[in-house]
Design a protein around this ligand. Structure first.
Ligand code: FEO
Length: 394
Protein backbone atom coordinates (compact mmCIF):
# COMPACT_ATOMS: atom_id res chain seq x y z
CA UNK A 1 0.00 0.00 0.00
CA UNK A 2 1.45 3.33 -1.08
CA UNK A 3 1.49 5.86 1.75
CA UNK A 4 -0.77 8.83 1.16
CA UNK A 5 0.80 12.25 1.59
CA UNK A 6 -1.16 14.52 3.91
CA UNK A 7 0.98 17.61 3.43
CA UNK A 8 4.63 18.47 2.58
CA UNK A 9 6.37 15.12 3.20
CA UNK A 10 3.99 14.09 5.97
CA UNK A 11 2.40 10.72 5.21
CA UNK A 12 -0.24 8.43 6.66
CA UNK A 13 1.34 5.05 7.46
CA UNK A 14 -1.38 3.57 9.69
CA UNK A 15 -3.76 0.70 9.05
CA UNK A 16 -7.46 -0.08 9.10
CA UNK A 17 -8.65 -3.01 11.20
CA UNK A 18 -11.96 -3.75 9.51
CA UNK A 19 -12.43 -7.13 11.15
CA UNK A 20 -12.12 -5.99 14.75
CA UNK A 21 -15.55 -6.26 16.34
CA UNK A 22 -14.91 -5.33 19.98
CA UNK A 23 -12.56 -2.96 21.79
CA UNK A 24 -11.22 -3.49 25.29
CA UNK A 25 -13.32 -6.70 25.18
CA UNK A 26 -16.20 -4.47 26.21
CA UNK A 27 -17.65 -2.21 23.55
CA UNK A 28 -18.75 -3.50 20.13
CA UNK A 29 -17.18 -1.72 17.16
CA UNK A 30 -19.70 -0.82 14.47
CA UNK A 31 -17.08 0.03 11.84
CA UNK A 32 -13.90 -1.66 13.07
CA UNK A 33 -11.14 0.81 13.88
CA UNK A 34 -7.94 2.25 12.51
CA UNK A 35 -4.56 2.61 14.20
CA UNK A 36 -3.10 5.79 12.81
CA UNK A 37 0.61 6.33 12.41
CA UNK A 38 2.26 9.29 10.70
CA UNK A 39 5.59 9.46 8.89
CA UNK A 40 7.22 12.90 8.98
CA UNK A 41 10.17 13.44 6.66
CA UNK A 42 12.19 16.49 7.61
CA UNK A 43 15.15 17.73 5.59
CA UNK A 44 17.54 16.14 8.12
CA UNK A 45 15.64 13.64 10.25
CA UNK A 46 12.69 11.30 9.85
CA UNK A 47 10.13 10.64 12.56
CA UNK A 48 7.21 8.26 12.99
CA UNK A 49 4.43 9.51 15.25
CA UNK A 50 2.75 6.59 17.04
CA UNK A 51 3.14 3.02 15.87
CA UNK A 52 0.77 0.06 15.63
CA UNK A 53 -1.43 -2.48 17.43
CA UNK A 54 0.79 -5.59 17.81
CA UNK A 55 -1.34 -8.04 15.76
CA UNK A 56 -0.93 -5.65 12.82
CA UNK A 57 2.83 -5.18 13.26
CA UNK A 58 3.91 -7.41 10.39
CA UNK A 59 1.63 -5.68 7.90
CA UNK A 60 2.78 -2.31 9.23
CA UNK A 61 6.46 -3.12 8.84
CA UNK A 62 5.85 -4.62 5.39
CA UNK A 63 4.23 -1.35 4.31
CA UNK A 64 7.24 0.61 5.57
CA UNK A 65 9.46 -1.63 3.44
CA UNK A 66 7.25 -1.26 0.38
CA UNK A 67 7.42 2.51 0.76
CA UNK A 68 11.22 2.42 1.02
CA UNK A 69 11.40 3.78 4.54
CA UNK A 70 14.99 2.70 5.14
CA UNK A 71 15.80 5.11 7.96
CA UNK A 72 13.86 6.39 10.98
CA UNK A 73 15.55 8.69 13.50
CA UNK A 74 12.74 9.20 16.00
CA UNK A 75 9.74 7.18 17.10
CA UNK A 76 7.37 9.55 18.85
CA UNK A 77 5.23 7.78 21.46
CA UNK A 78 2.28 9.99 22.30
CA UNK A 79 0.84 7.35 24.64
CA UNK A 80 1.88 4.01 26.10
CA UNK A 81 -1.27 1.97 25.40
CA UNK A 82 -0.32 -0.87 23.13
CA UNK A 83 -2.65 -0.13 20.23
CA UNK A 84 -0.20 2.73 19.52
CA UNK A 85 3.03 1.79 21.23
CA UNK A 86 2.90 -1.97 20.74
CA UNK A 87 5.09 -2.05 17.63
CA UNK A 88 7.91 0.05 19.10
CA UNK A 89 10.08 -3.04 19.80
CA UNK A 90 9.69 -4.19 16.19
CA UNK A 91 10.53 -0.73 14.88
CA UNK A 92 13.60 -0.52 17.09
CA UNK A 93 14.72 -3.89 15.76
CA UNK A 94 14.20 -2.69 12.20
CA UNK A 95 15.73 0.77 12.73
CA UNK A 96 18.44 0.17 15.39
CA UNK A 97 19.60 3.79 15.34
CA UNK A 98 16.13 5.16 16.10
CA UNK A 99 15.38 6.81 19.43
CA UNK A 100 11.96 6.74 21.12
CA UNK A 101 10.87 10.24 22.10
CA UNK A 102 8.24 10.56 24.79
CA UNK A 103 7.37 12.06 28.18
CA UNK A 104 8.48 10.69 31.55
CA UNK A 105 5.21 8.89 32.37
CA UNK A 106 5.01 7.25 28.97
CA UNK A 107 8.66 6.26 29.21
CA UNK A 108 7.90 4.27 32.37
CA UNK A 109 4.94 2.58 30.69
CA UNK A 110 6.94 1.64 27.61
CA UNK A 111 9.74 0.20 29.72
CA UNK A 112 7.39 -1.73 32.02
CA UNK A 113 4.87 -2.93 29.45
CA UNK A 114 7.04 -3.42 26.36
CA UNK A 115 10.47 -3.92 27.97
CA UNK A 116 12.08 -1.26 25.79
CA UNK A 117 15.68 -0.51 26.75
CA UNK A 118 15.80 2.75 28.74
CA UNK A 119 18.90 3.82 26.79
CA UNK A 120 16.74 3.98 23.65
CA UNK A 121 14.35 6.56 25.09
CA UNK A 122 14.68 10.34 25.08
CA UNK A 123 12.41 12.10 27.57
CA UNK A 124 10.90 15.45 26.63
CA UNK A 125 8.90 17.92 28.70
CA UNK A 126 5.85 20.04 27.97
CA UNK A 127 6.53 22.59 25.23
CA UNK A 128 9.86 21.06 24.22
CA UNK A 129 10.75 21.01 20.54
CA UNK A 130 12.59 18.53 18.36
CA UNK A 131 14.06 19.61 15.04
CA UNK A 132 13.85 17.43 11.94
CA UNK A 133 15.61 20.12 9.87
CA UNK A 134 12.94 22.05 8.02
CA UNK A 135 10.25 20.69 10.34
CA UNK A 136 9.82 21.02 14.09
CA UNK A 137 7.89 18.72 16.40
CA UNK A 138 6.54 20.42 19.51
CA UNK A 139 5.21 18.31 22.36
CA UNK A 140 2.19 19.18 24.47
CA UNK A 141 1.77 17.04 27.57
CA UNK A 142 -1.96 16.31 27.87
CA UNK A 143 -2.53 13.99 30.82
CA UNK A 144 -6.05 12.71 31.26
CA UNK A 145 -7.20 12.33 27.66
CA UNK A 146 -7.23 9.53 28.31
CA UNK A 147 -4.16 8.18 30.17
CA UNK A 148 -1.81 10.05 32.53
CA UNK A 149 0.92 9.55 29.89
CA UNK A 150 -0.90 11.11 26.94
CA UNK A 151 0.67 13.90 24.92
CA UNK A 152 0.02 15.64 21.61
CA UNK A 153 2.59 16.37 18.91
CA UNK A 154 2.37 19.57 16.90
CA UNK A 155 4.10 19.56 13.51
CA UNK A 156 4.79 23.25 13.78
CA UNK A 157 5.59 24.57 10.28
CA UNK A 158 2.71 22.61 8.73
CA UNK A 159 0.41 23.34 11.66
CA UNK A 160 -0.85 19.76 11.94
CA UNK A 161 -1.75 18.51 15.39
CA UNK A 162 -1.49 14.82 16.29
CA UNK A 163 -3.90 14.44 19.18
CA UNK A 164 -3.39 10.76 20.00
CA UNK A 165 -6.65 9.14 21.20
CA UNK A 166 -8.24 12.53 21.87
CA UNK A 167 -10.82 13.54 19.20
CA UNK A 168 -10.59 10.09 17.61
CA UNK A 169 -13.24 7.67 16.36
CA UNK A 170 -13.41 3.94 15.92
CA UNK A 171 -13.90 4.04 12.19
CA UNK A 172 -12.24 2.64 9.08
CA UNK A 173 -11.84 4.52 5.84
CA UNK A 174 -10.51 4.54 2.31
CA UNK A 175 -10.40 8.32 2.16
CA UNK A 176 -8.18 9.66 4.97
CA UNK A 177 -10.29 12.72 5.56
CA UNK A 178 -13.45 12.99 7.59
CA UNK A 179 -16.54 13.71 5.49
CA UNK A 180 -17.83 15.59 8.55
CA UNK A 181 -21.18 13.86 8.34
CA UNK A 182 -23.55 12.21 10.81
CA UNK A 183 -21.83 8.81 10.46
CA UNK A 184 -18.55 10.25 11.68
CA UNK A 185 -20.37 12.20 14.37
CA UNK A 186 -21.99 8.95 15.58
CA UNK A 187 -18.67 7.06 15.67
CA UNK A 188 -16.85 9.94 17.35
CA UNK A 189 -19.61 10.30 19.95
CA UNK A 190 -19.58 6.59 20.72
CA UNK A 191 -15.81 6.77 21.11
CA UNK A 192 -16.05 9.88 23.32
CA UNK A 193 -18.67 8.15 25.50
CA UNK A 194 -16.59 5.04 26.05
CA UNK A 195 -13.11 6.49 26.30
CA UNK A 196 -13.13 10.21 27.01
CA UNK A 197 -16.31 10.91 29.03
CA UNK A 198 -14.76 9.91 32.37
CA UNK A 199 -12.29 12.77 31.77
CA UNK A 200 -14.85 15.36 30.74
CA UNK A 201 -13.17 18.26 32.53
CA UNK A 202 -9.88 17.57 30.78
CA UNK A 203 -11.73 17.19 27.48
CA UNK A 204 -13.18 20.68 27.96
CA UNK A 205 -9.76 22.09 28.71
CA UNK A 206 -8.01 20.58 25.69
CA UNK A 207 -10.91 21.29 23.34
CA UNK A 208 -10.56 24.98 24.14
CA UNK A 209 -6.76 24.86 23.94
CA UNK A 210 -6.82 23.25 20.50
CA UNK A 211 -9.52 25.62 19.32
CA UNK A 212 -7.27 28.54 20.28
CA UNK A 213 -4.26 26.91 18.58
CA UNK A 214 -6.16 26.84 15.27
CA UNK A 215 -4.40 23.83 13.73
CA UNK A 216 -4.88 23.38 10.00
CA UNK A 217 -5.79 19.72 10.51
CA UNK A 218 -6.29 17.35 13.42
CA UNK A 219 -4.60 13.97 13.08
CA UNK A 220 -5.99 11.61 15.73
CA UNK A 221 -4.74 8.09 16.38
CA UNK A 222 -8.05 6.42 15.51
CA UNK A 223 -10.41 7.37 12.69
CA UNK A 224 -10.20 9.93 9.92
CA UNK A 225 -8.22 13.15 9.80
CA UNK A 226 -10.16 16.37 10.33
CA UNK A 227 -9.45 18.98 7.67
CA UNK A 228 -12.06 21.10 9.38
CA UNK A 229 -11.03 20.97 13.05
CA UNK A 230 -14.10 22.93 14.12
CA UNK A 231 -16.30 19.98 13.15
CA UNK A 232 -14.93 17.74 15.89
CA UNK A 233 -14.06 20.54 18.33
CA UNK A 234 -17.63 21.87 18.29
CA UNK A 235 -18.95 18.36 18.96
CA UNK A 236 -16.53 17.91 21.87
CA UNK A 237 -17.53 21.30 23.28
CA UNK A 238 -21.15 20.12 23.26
CA UNK A 239 -20.52 16.64 24.70
CA UNK A 240 -18.21 17.89 27.43
CA UNK A 241 -20.41 20.84 28.44
CA UNK A 242 -21.59 20.92 32.05
CA UNK A 243 -25.28 20.94 31.09
CA UNK A 244 -27.05 17.76 30.02
CA UNK A 245 -29.91 17.59 27.52
CA UNK A 246 -33.63 17.25 28.13
CA UNK A 247 -33.21 13.47 27.96
CA UNK A 248 -34.11 10.58 30.25
CA UNK A 249 -32.23 7.33 29.72
CA UNK A 250 -34.15 4.22 30.77
CA UNK A 251 -32.03 1.06 30.70
CA UNK A 252 -33.99 -1.97 31.89
CA UNK A 253 -33.87 -5.71 32.36
CA UNK A 254 -37.21 -7.45 32.81
CA UNK A 255 -37.76 -11.16 33.48
CA UNK A 256 -41.57 -11.31 33.29
CA UNK A 257 -42.32 -8.05 31.40
CA UNK A 258 -43.58 -6.22 34.50
CA UNK A 259 -40.56 -3.92 34.71
CA UNK A 260 -40.63 -3.45 30.94
CA UNK A 261 -44.30 -2.46 31.07
CA UNK A 262 -43.55 0.16 33.74
CA UNK A 263 -40.53 1.53 31.89
CA UNK A 264 -42.48 1.79 28.62
CA UNK A 265 -45.34 3.54 30.45
CA UNK A 266 -43.00 5.98 32.14
CA UNK A 267 -41.24 6.75 28.86
CA UNK A 268 -44.59 7.49 27.21
CA UNK A 269 -45.60 9.82 30.04
CA UNK A 270 -42.26 11.65 29.88
CA UNK A 271 -42.54 12.03 26.10
CA UNK A 272 -46.01 13.52 26.55
CA UNK A 273 -44.40 16.17 28.77
CA UNK A 274 -41.91 17.08 26.03
CA UNK A 275 -38.98 15.16 27.48
CA UNK A 276 -36.83 13.04 25.14
CA UNK A 277 -36.45 9.43 26.19
CA UNK A 278 -34.11 6.59 25.32
CA UNK A 279 -35.36 3.17 26.39
CA UNK A 280 -32.55 0.62 26.41
CA UNK A 281 -32.97 -3.15 26.68
CA UNK A 282 -29.92 -4.17 28.68
CA UNK A 283 -30.09 -7.82 27.53
CA UNK A 284 -30.21 -7.22 23.78
CA UNK A 285 -28.81 -3.68 23.54
CA UNK A 286 -25.36 -2.52 22.55
CA UNK A 287 -23.40 -1.03 25.46
CA UNK A 288 -22.02 1.61 23.10
CA UNK A 289 -25.55 2.97 22.59
CA UNK A 290 -26.06 3.03 26.34
CA UNK A 291 -22.81 4.94 26.81
CA UNK A 292 -23.85 7.44 24.13
CA UNK A 293 -27.12 8.00 25.96
CA UNK A 294 -25.17 8.79 29.11
CA UNK A 295 -23.31 11.60 27.30
CA UNK A 296 -26.51 13.67 27.16
CA UNK A 297 -28.95 12.26 29.72
CA UNK A 298 -29.91 14.51 32.60
CA UNK A 299 -31.87 11.72 34.26
CA UNK A 300 -31.28 7.98 34.52
CA UNK A 301 -34.12 5.63 35.40
CA UNK A 302 -32.99 2.05 35.89
CA UNK A 303 -35.59 -0.68 35.35
CA UNK A 304 -34.70 -3.89 37.11
CA UNK A 305 -36.09 -7.28 38.04
CA UNK A 306 -35.11 -8.98 41.27
CA UNK A 307 -32.93 -12.07 40.96
CA UNK A 308 -32.91 -14.11 44.16
CA UNK A 309 -32.72 -11.33 46.77
CA UNK A 310 -31.00 -8.57 44.79
CA UNK A 311 -30.90 -6.59 41.56
CA UNK A 312 -30.57 -8.53 38.31
CA UNK A 313 -26.80 -8.88 37.62
CA UNK A 314 -27.16 -7.34 34.16
CA UNK A 315 -28.55 -4.16 35.71
CA UNK A 316 -25.68 -4.23 38.21
CA UNK A 317 -23.30 -4.37 35.25
CA UNK A 318 -24.88 -1.25 33.77
CA UNK A 319 -24.68 0.56 37.11
CA UNK A 320 -21.01 -0.40 37.38
CA UNK A 321 -20.30 0.79 33.84
CA UNK A 322 -22.14 4.08 34.48
CA UNK A 323 -19.97 4.62 37.56
CA UNK A 324 -16.85 4.07 35.48
CA UNK A 325 -17.97 6.42 32.70
CA UNK A 326 -18.84 9.23 35.14
CA UNK A 327 -21.52 10.97 33.05
CA UNK A 328 -22.91 14.40 33.93
CA UNK A 329 -26.35 12.90 34.75
CA UNK A 330 -28.02 14.81 37.61
CA UNK A 331 -31.10 12.82 38.65
CA UNK A 332 -31.94 9.13 38.96
CA UNK A 333 -34.62 6.71 39.98
CA UNK A 334 -35.31 2.98 39.95
CA UNK A 335 -38.33 1.03 38.81
CA UNK A 336 -38.49 -2.67 39.61
CA UNK A 337 -40.53 -5.77 40.23
CA UNK A 338 -39.96 -8.80 42.45
CA UNK A 339 -41.45 -12.22 43.09
CA UNK A 340 -40.87 -13.00 46.76
CA UNK A 341 -38.72 -10.30 48.26
CA UNK A 342 -35.22 -8.95 48.74
CA UNK A 343 -33.43 -5.63 48.48
CA UNK A 344 -33.48 -4.27 44.95
CA UNK A 345 -33.68 -0.49 45.16
CA UNK A 346 -31.29 -0.20 48.10
CA UNK A 347 -28.58 -2.29 46.53
CA UNK A 348 -28.95 -0.74 43.07
CA UNK A 349 -29.02 2.73 44.63
CA UNK A 350 -25.75 1.91 46.39
CA UNK A 351 -24.24 0.81 43.09
CA UNK A 352 -25.12 4.18 41.56
CA UNK A 353 -23.94 6.17 44.56
CA UNK A 354 -20.54 6.96 43.02
CA UNK A 355 -22.34 9.18 40.51
CA UNK A 356 -23.63 11.49 43.27
CA UNK A 357 -27.07 11.66 41.66
CA UNK A 358 -30.11 13.24 43.26
CA UNK A 359 -32.39 10.24 43.77
CA UNK A 360 -36.09 10.46 42.98
CA UNK A 361 -38.38 8.15 44.99
CA UNK A 362 -38.07 4.68 43.39
CA UNK A 363 -40.98 2.34 42.67
CA UNK A 364 -40.71 -1.33 43.56
CA UNK A 365 -43.72 -3.61 43.17
CA UNK A 366 -44.59 -7.28 43.52
CA UNK A 367 -45.38 -8.94 40.21
CA UNK A 368 -47.43 -7.10 37.59
CA UNK A 369 -48.21 -3.38 37.86
CA UNK A 370 -51.77 -2.29 38.57
CA UNK A 371 -53.66 1.00 38.54
CA UNK A 372 -52.09 2.43 41.70
CA UNK A 373 -48.61 1.63 40.38
CA UNK A 374 -49.28 3.52 37.16
CA UNK A 375 -50.45 6.47 39.27
CA UNK A 376 -47.08 6.35 41.05
CA UNK A 377 -45.35 6.36 37.68
CA UNK A 378 -47.41 9.44 36.75
CA UNK A 379 -46.00 11.09 39.87
CA UNK A 380 -42.47 9.98 38.96
CA UNK A 381 -42.88 11.49 35.47
CA UNK A 382 -44.10 14.75 36.96
CA UNK A 383 -41.20 14.82 39.43
CA UNK A 384 -38.69 14.31 36.63
CA UNK A 385 -40.39 17.06 34.64
CA UNK A 386 -40.05 19.42 37.62
CA UNK A 387 -36.38 18.47 38.03
CA UNK A 388 -35.68 19.21 34.37
CA UNK A 389 -37.56 22.49 34.73
CA UNK A 390 -35.37 23.38 37.71
CA UNK A 391 -32.29 23.18 35.48
CA UNK A 392 -33.96 25.06 32.61
CA UNK A 393 -34.39 22.12 30.26
CA UNK A 394 -38.17 22.42 29.79
FE1 FEO B 1 -6.05 4.04 21.31
FE2 FEO B 1 -5.45 4.69 24.60
O1 FEO B 1 -5.23 3.84 23.01
Amino acid sequence: MKFQEIKNNIFYCGLNDRERRIFDELIPLEHGTSYNSYLVKGSEKIAIIDTMYPPKSDEYVKNLDENNVTKVDYIIANHGEQDHSGSIPKLLAKYPDAIVVTNAKCKDNIIEMLHVDEAKIKVITDGEELSLGDKTLKFIIAPGVHWPDTMFTHIVEDNLLCTCDFLGAHYTFDNLYSPDNCTIEHSAKRYYAEIMMPFRTMCKKYTKMIHDMKPEMILPSHGPIYKNPDFILDLYADWSADEGKNLVLLPYVSMYKSTEEMIEYLAKKLAAKGIDTQVFDIVTGDLGDLAMGLVDATTLVMGCSMVLAGPHPMAANVAYLANLLRPKTRFASIVGSYGWGGNLTGKLGEMLSGLKLEMIEPLLIKGKPEAEDFEKLDIMAETIYEKHKSVNLV
